[in-house]
Design a protein around this ligand. Structure first.
Ligand SMILES: [Zn+2]
Length: 276
């Protein structure tokens, strides 16, 4: 293991992450805990790998795409009762659920200098982007999605494990954007990594990661019913009151599902990298 710290890069990382953290806080994309978690993820990604600013830019693209999808028709989602709380501002659990695996892989690349970690990173960020895009856009789907565990069964919009053509398209779009960003930035320095190769990594891992997300969401994730508005929800609290347990495992919430699915996205990206 060879590893060195470049103090100038660390300084840059802290300043740039600090700036973006402050902006995200002001724009209410994150709350304070989410901002702190974002600083940890951002600084790891910026400082550990060589040319970490490129990796950081990929994370930034995720951040912007996710914020755009979350804000898109926020009012309509809020009226439907399934908008993100607090105007969509993300807390630390959400930041680590989406960015924890990516940060871990960036540190791995910095320690072991192996592009396998880079592939995994694109898989993790691609899955997080794809999943957020699909989750948010499906809330506006005019027809009910179907459960991935039983495609003949319609489920209410916003239900974990629900799939629809619009959601699948958004999944592909989210992975595509991350693959495109990685390719344009030239994160893979070796010449055999052309456009098709990077896209194969991003699209296959995003699709697999999101499918695992839906399967766990439809089967193992804890589901609750609100005692006030009677809506089925993934939250242990709804309308300010504790909600009633219906099914799944109470400990498995959306953030844990996202963490697992970004891990699976990363793993499948590494496999594609090794096979190509
Ligand atoms: Zn409620």
């Amino acid at each position: 293991m060879s590893f060195y710290f470049n103090y100038l890069v660390i300084l840059e990382g802290v300043l740039i992450c600090g700036l973006f953290g402050w902006l995200s806080l002001r724009m209410r994309m994150v709350d304070r805990s989410g901002c702190l978690a974002g600083l940890l993820v951002g600084c790891s990604v910026f400082t550990f790998p060589k040319d970490g600013w490129k990796w950081f830019t990929v994370i930034l693209v995720f951040h912007l795409v996710a914020a755009q999808f979350t804000r898109y028709k926020y009012e309509a989602k809020r009226k439907g009762g399934f908008a993100q709380e607090k105007g969509g501002a993300r807390a630390w659990q959400n930041v680590f659920a989406n960015g924890g695996v990516a940060a871990f892989l960036a540190i791995g690349e910095g320690l072991f200098f192996n592009n396998m970690f880079l592939a995994g990173f694109i898989g993790a960020v691609g899955t997080a982007t794809a999943d957020t895009s699909a989750t948010e856009i499906v809330l506006l789907y005019p027809r009910n999605p179907r459960s991935i565990a039983d495609l003949s069964k319609e489920v209410p919009p916003g239900t974990s494990g629900g799939v629809s053509p619009l959601g699948e398209s958004a999944t592909l779009l989210g992975s595509f954007i991350i693959g495109l960003a990685a390719w344009l930035l030239g994160v893979f320095t070796s010449p055999e990594w052309n456009f098709m190769g990077v896209m194969a990594i991003a699209l296959i891992s995003g699709l697999l990661g999101c499918t695992v997300d839906s399967v766990i969401g439809a089967t193992a994730q804890g589901m609750f019913r609100c005692s006030i508005c009677n809506k089925t929800t993934e939250s242990k609290r709804h309308c300010g009151e504790p909600s009633i347990y219906i099914s799944g495992c109470r400990a498995i919430d959306n953030n844990l599902v996202n963490f697992i699915s970004t891990g699976i996205g990363a793993l499948s990206a590494v496999l594609v990298y090794l096979l190509l």
